[in-house]
Ligand binder design. Structure first.
Ligand code: ADP
Ligand code: AMP
Ligand code: ZN
Length: 218
């Protein structure tokens, strides 16, 4: 299955991605994770991306599109992928469609997670992530067994630099301005699976699972 998960920052895309990739045996491709890995490794791409990310702005399309087009052509995504955080502009969506067409394939579904802005701020600001394995927690909604420590590997959890209120507000605005037009873009292609992301994590997952399985039988 070739999937996109769409939704504003803090909607729960990464959280649900972990369940989706396990259930449907597809590769998780998160452009945010790719950039954060490049920042950690101090690559040229990381240096370029960091200045935009710190401000809550989008990294320019030309830096993002090539990375994704190369990534989805790799052998390990033959069984499918879940794009998380890409596309974020109509330009990126058009580039993705063109790349898939070249590969004589197409997207199967676009999962659209819908959440109120108030909840988004609370979710993003309370998010804690594991620098070792990438696991995502929330200080109150989805806490680890011992506070501040990753359940998987015992690493000390960190807060993303862009998960502070002012930057989160900018990111939500950027989503509304530049990314939300993709909802209509994919609706027009008949790909959209709308999901109420205001429910608790397990309930959102049940809705996604049911929606994707139904899609597969259509
Ligand atoms: P995104 O990838 O869309 O930015 P995340 O999956 O990282 O969002 O989730 C943002 C924060 O909200 C995390 O701290 C996560 O644990 C928490 N979260 C995710 N889904 C839910 C939910 N359905 N209810 C409550 N908290 C959630
Ligand atoms: P995320 O991890 O998806 O929340 O992304 C974190 C940040 O990385 C965003 O705020 C952007 O600055 C940058 N980023 C990630 N994906 C993209 C993309 N597809 N296009 C532009 N910028 C991106
Ligand atoms: Zn971990």
């Amino acid at each position: 299955m070739r999937l996109v998960i769409l939704g504003p920052p803090g909607a729960g895309k990464g959280t649900q991605a972990a369940s989706i990739v396990e259930e449907f045996d597809v590769k998780h491709i998160s452009t945010g994770d790719i950039f954060r890995e490049n920042i950690k490794n101090e690559t040229e791409l990381g240096t370029k991306a960091k200045s935009y990310m710190d401000q809550g702005l989008l990294v320019p399309d030309e830096l993002v599109n090539e990375i994704v087009v190369d990534r989805i052509a790799k052998d390990d995504v033959k069984n499918g992928f879940l794009l998380d955080g890409f596309p974020r502009t109509v330009n990126q969506a058009v580039a993705l469609d063109a790349a898939l067409e070249n590969m004589e394939t197409k997207l199967d579904r676009v999962i659209n997670i819908i959440v109120d802005s108030e909840l988004l701020i609370e979710r993003a600001c309370g998010r804690r992530v594991c620098p070792e394995c990438g696991a995502t927690y929330h200080i109150s909604n989805n806490p680890p067994a011992s506070p501040g420590i990753c359940d998987e590997d015992g690493a000390t959890l960190i807060q993303r630099e862009d998960d502070v209120e002012e930057t989160v507000k900018t990111r939500i605005q950027v989503y509304e301005d530049q990314t939300s037009p993709l909802v209509d873009y994919y609706k027009a292609q008949g790909l959209l699976l709308d999901i109420d992301g205001g429910k608790e994590i397990a309930a959102v997952w049940e809705d996604i699972k049911a929606g994707l399985k139904q899609g597969a039988n259509e």
